[in-house]
Design a protein around this ligand. Structure first.
Ligand SMILES: Nc1nc2c(ncn2[C@@H]2O[C@H](COP(=O)(O)OP(=O)(O)OP(=O)(O)O)[C@@H](O)[C@H]2O)c(=O)[nH]1
Ligand SMILES: [Mg+2]
Length: 360
């Protein structure tokens, strides 16, 4: 693309990267932390590193927890992690700090709630920020998820606040998405508007110790029932249906069985995360979903659509980078500004010229 024809190959890694890779493969937690930083900062060679690491393919169970600020995602996640640890599973956790200015304190809260877990060597917790960044960030976060998967954790748990597009996109990189709501978070219509219906595999109404939990659970079941009734209406004749444009193909159900029935009916559970009530049932539902994913071919289908979206993202990111680095593109742009002002050119003709130059 940039005239640089070298292919991705671990032999291209710098000595420092090679040693980081070797230590990563040996299962050194410090090497994982370092690899994550390299990817997060998009340091030189980070794509070569990912290329080498991802040769093994995904194997971890990826469970995403999303929902409005303060719904109890971290408390639930900590309860889940504790239970998985009791079964001696190795757990990776990513807490994505939201872009929302309203939940600025989330990270500190998470740290405190997950404190008991941080001394356990069988669990690795990483917080990431989405604040202040533009496109491509969701890609980086998903790449970190891939790193954790490749490191060999049995399970990778991701927490994102369901406030925006980036967060939804990140959540969709999980195999099983748990949407956590609370009586205070409004009604089912609001959940629908926020796009949460599209990504949920399991709904949890947390803080069931508060009034309104049963009502919200009931509303959600009704809304899901209605939605299921409408599924066929939007279904293209032969292939899958793209559930949400927001998710850019991440959740395209490629392998819907004949008749379009995907066969998973989304459960609505109630929990009191603080005291663990309902948590075993939630973990059972996650397990059941996992088995369904594997048996129905959906796990493979989801991984395929994630792969497709990832390749597109990488190409897009690389094209943007090539354009930003190009001296020639900058020169064309600067020299064309007067022509645009004089109506000799338009932004479109100039962009076209730049693209033609880059893609030649
Ligand atoms: N009453 C009640 N409070 C709960 C329950 N679960 C969590 N909480 C409390 O709700 C608050 C928020 O919990 P978190 O687990 O931090 O929620 P979160 O969704 O991770 O929050 P953010 O990451 O800030 O969006 C904490 O004070 C918890 O102790 C519950 O079931 N009932
Ligand atoms: Mg949290």
């Amino acid at each position: 693309m940039s005239g640089d024809e070298r292919s991705l190959d671990s032999r291209n890694l710098s000595p420092a990267m090679s040693s980081a890779l070797a230590r990563f493969r040996d299962g050194e937690v410090l090497a994982l932390a370092r690899a994550i930083s390299i990817v997060e900062d998009e340091r030189a060679g980070f794509e070569d590193l990912l290329h080498s690491v991802l040769a093994v393919g995904p194997s971890a169970c990826r469970v995403g927890f999303t929902g409005p600020p303060g719904a109890g995602k971290s408390t639930l996640l900590a309860a889940a992690a504790t239970s998985y640890r009791a079964d001696e599973e190795h757990i990776g956790v990513i807490a994505v700090d939201p872009t929302s200015p309203y939940s600025g304190g989330a990270l500190l809260g998470d740290r405190i709630r997950m404190n008991d877990l941080t001394t356990d060597p069988g669990i690795f917790i990483r917080s990431m920020a989405t604040r202040g960044s533009l496109g491509g960030l969701a890609t980086t976060t998903k790449e970190v998820l891939d790193l954790m998967d490749a490191f060999g954790f049995d399970r990778v748990l991701v927490e994102t606040v369901g406030v925006g597009q980036i967060e939804l996109e990140i959540t969709a990189a999980a195999d099983t998405v748990v949407v956590v709501l609370v009586p205070e978070s409004g009604d089912a219509i609001q959940a629908m508007k926020a796009g949460l219906m599209e990504i949920a595999d399991i709904f949890v109404v947390n803080k069931a110790d508060r009034p309104g939990a049963a009502r919200l659970a009931h509303e959600l079941r009704q809304a899901l029932h209605l939605k299921a009734g409408n599924t066929f209406k939007d279904m293209p004749a032969h292939h899958g249906v793209n559930l949400s444009r927001v998710l850019r193909g991440e959740r395209t159900t490629e392998a819907v069985s004949p008749g379009g029935q995907t066969g998973w009916s989304i459960p609505v559970l109630t929990t009191v995360a603080q005291n663990g009530e309902g948590v075993p049932e939630l973990l059972d539902a996650v397990e059941t979903h996992r088995h369904w994913l594997a048996a129905s071919g959906q796990l493979k289908a989801r991984r395929r659509s994630r792969t497709r979206a990832r390749v597109e993202d990488i190409v897009e990111r690389e094209l943007g980078r090539v354009a930003r680095r190009s001296e020639r593109a900058r020169e064309v742009l600067e020299s064309a500004l007067d022509d645009i002002a004089d109506r000799v050119e338009t932004p479109y003709s100039v962009a076209r010229r730049i693209l033609d130059g880059l893609l030649r």
